[in-house]
Write a protein that binds this ligand. Structure first.
Ligand SMILES: *[C@@H]1O[C@H](CO)[C@@H](O)[C@H](O)[C@H]1NC(C)=O
Ligand SMILES: *[C@@H]1O[C@H](CO)[C@@H](O)[C@H](O)[C@H]1NC(C)=O
Length: 637
């Protein structure tokens, strides 16, 4: 996209919608789309971040996530609202189809919904892996498979795989249609898979399709799963909060397009969003479709025969896979019994259950999403502390292997699910980061803005008053809560804010939550706080590429953390990096030594001071643009 194009768009836009905050949206939007700033790959895919050296959830900045795809769709929806041009929204969704939804799913037809997947328990520490695959543990029936097949006439899942190596840095050449034998990237990859204690610093990245070209004798499979033999196969993992965010973005695009009489222009994309939401129901079920509620004992807790296995909350992930070019054809699907409040999306549940534009074709989808909406609202109430913040989440599978939790957790369960202050991952604890709070509260506030639901208002009123009173102001500059600590169990859980910082992404998400809440509840203090946050972002944190702040990364000492490769295991990456029991994070990523920022890491590892970075994460930069735009749209200022 060239400069002339940007100038033309900007002029048209100001004429159509001229508020101060929508102009700020466009300024930030144009920075994101300025090709000199490096947000997008040559194929138009948004990178996780402009900067390549970044290790957090992805382990490299030029990877991308389903999160980034969903933020892109949302950004372009707001662009449509402000300019009347929804074509970029449609294009952003097309990228999801072209890159994030796997095309290699050839064995799916062999799937047997009466035997969705073989049980494999999570282990406490990555050093204990591989974990035994155990067919003696009963699993349940998958009630979604047949109705999705009847609705869409296909065995292929319409869900985003969560992680892509856009620049093919690892070199797997594992493109959307191919199995380690494509040409270049983007390459579908996966990380983690070794229990709650496996941080990004320990993870061993692997291609989503494994025909044993790289890794060891069995590719990468035997790092994770202990089995008697191994077969070539593909396997994908969805991050349901991202798929839900894409649905939520499409909901707004549809609403705004209706307002100006151009719904036709987005209707095809809206039908795809509805379909994505239909498959997203896999997140509402227990991992092995076992009975939900007091599911204690892997062997004693029975499999569900129909929907006894639904908890109706948006869980951490779901996954599917099948054999690749093998003599015997087989396929599997797994859902998830662990739900973090931070992943809930009442607006997406509302759209999929109540908005006729979004009615999914699956026979019981409306019913499922209506129950999910109700259950999500109840979850916020259950987890809300006296202070106002939301505590972690709930699980149907204690320790990821249906163990018995501490006895106090049996007292006040959530529909038989156990409270977990740090669901799914512990390094760092999954509910330490303040950002989860506004991420989820924002969706609740959007739902409240659309429906006026008094239950949502009650929850939000308490949350908003906690947040507003805990943002610190130094003149016109803010300090947001950064890290949170938790004690007690619901209904008596408590939060303490242990640190503050000037993270621009959480400031932006908080500002948008407050904007939606203030617009509906007529709350002047919430509106004023939103405006002050947005003004501070705009006036104090500008960079040439967006809006950001400096971060010091003491955690980057962990470039030498162990990868926990089992004794006797040897393999290699496409570039020749060895994988063996002494491997560390940097050993299996030697290409990082060619990164322009590597010198900072090297000096830190040699005893220098902790390195600092000014990152431009796609989600953050899009989030800020969206917050400006929404404030302008809501208040016409
Ligand atoms: C800007 O556009 C949005 C979406 O079409 C509309 O709701 C809002 O009222 C407009 N604002 C102004 C200032 O025209
Ligand atoms: C992987 O793709 C690259 C292009 O990026 C190509 O040069 C290389 O030969 C491919 N590797 C294999 C093993 O086919």
């Amino acid at each position: 996209m060239n400069v002339l194009w940007i100038v033309t768009v900007l002029t048209t836009v100001v004429a159509i919608n001229g508020s101060l905050y929508t102009q700020r949206f466009l300024e930030q939007y144009n920075k994101i789309h300025n090709s000199a700033n490096g947000y997008f790959s040559a194929n138009g895919i948004p990178y996780h971040s402009v900067e390549t050296l970044i290790v957090e959830s992805p382990d490299h900045g030029h990877q991308t996530t389903s999160e980034a795809f969903s933020y892109h769709v949302w950004l372009e929806a707001v662009y449509g609202a402000i300019t009347g041009d929804f074509s970029l929204f449609n294009n952003a969704w097309n990228l999801i189809d072209s890159y994030a939804v796997p095309s290699l799913q050839t064995a799916n037809a062999a799937y047997n919904p009466y035997s969705p997947a073989t049980f494999q328990g999570d282990l406490d520490h990555p050093s204990e892996y591989p974990s035994l695959i155990d067919s003696t543990v009963p699993v349940g029936y998958d009630p979604l498979y047949q109705e999705l097949k009847d609705a869409y006439y296909t065995d292929y899942m319409y869900s985003m795989h969560w992680l892509l190596d856009v620049d093919n840095v690892y070199g797997f050449n594992n493109t959307q249609y191919q199995c380690e034998d494509g040409y270049g990237g983007p390459s579908l990859i996966n990380t983690y898979q070794r229990g709650p204690a496996e941080s990004v610093w320990n993870t061993v990245p692997q291609p989503t399709c494994d025909q044993f070209r790289y890794g060891g004798t069995n590719g990468f499979l035997d790092l994770f799963t202990k089995d008697s033999s191994y077969a070539h196969q593909y396997k994908y993992t969805a991050a349901p909060d991202a798929d839900a965010r894409a649905v939520q973005a499409a909901f707004w695009a549809a609403k705004w397009a209706h307002e100006v009489g151009v719904f036709d222009e987005v209707s095809y994309t809206v039908s795809k969003a509805s379909k994505l939401g239909d498959y997203l129901r896999y997140s509402l079920y227990d991992k092995y479709f076992k009975q939900v509620g007091n599911c204690v004992g892997a062997w004693t807790c029975p499999g569900g025969t129909y929907k006894e296995s639904a908890h109706y909350l948006i869980s951490w992930y779901f996954a599917w896979g099948g054999s690749y070019n093998a003599q015997y054809s087989w396929a599997w699907r797994a859902a998830d019994g662990a739900s973090h409040f931070g992943y809930q999306n009442p607006l997406a549940a509302y759209a999929l259950s109540s908005d006729p534009d979004f009615t999914p074709k699956g026979a019981t989808a409306v019913e499922d999403w209506a129950k999910s909406l109700e259950r999500q609202l109840e979850l916020y109430e259950y987890l809300q502390t006296e202070e106002g913040a939301f505590a972690g989440g709930v699980t149907n599978s204690w320790k990821g292997r249906y163990e018995s939790p501490d006895s106090d957790l049996y007292v006040d369960t959530f529909h038989g699910l156990f409270y977990d202050w740090e669901p799914v991952y512990h390094d760092p604890p999954s509910n330490r980061w303040f950002g989860m709070q506004p991420w989820s509260a924002d969706r609740l506030a959007q739902y409240y803005y659309v429906t006026g639901d008094p239950q949502a208002q009650g929850i939000l009123a308490k949350w908003v008053s906690w947040v507003v009173s805990n943002i610190r102001w130094n003149g016109e500059d803010f300090e947001m809560p950064a890290n949170l600590e938790w004690s007690g169990d619901p209904p008596d859980a408590h939060v303490v804010i242990t640190s503050w910082g000037n993270d621009v992404g959480t400031a932006s998400a908080t500002a948008r939550t407050l904007s939606y809440y203030a617009a509906k509840a007529n709350d002047a203090e919430a509106k004023d706080t939103a405006k002050k946050l947005l003004d501070a972002l705009y006036t104090k944190y500008q960079t040439s590429k967006g809006i950001s702040n400096e971060e010091v990364h003491e955690d980057y000492s962990r470039f030498t953390d162990s990868s926990y490769i089992p004794n006797g295991w040897y393999g290699s990456y496409p570039n020749g990096d060895f994988i063996n029991p002494s491997s560390t994070f940097i050993d299996i990523r030697s290409w990082y030594k060619n990164d322009p920022d590597w010198a900072k890491i090297e000096s830190y590892l040699n005893g220098g001071s902790a390195p600092s970075f000014t990152y431009h994460r796609f989600w953050t930069q899009a989030d800020i643009a969206i917050s400006f735009g929404i404030y302008g749209i809501l208040f016409n200022e």
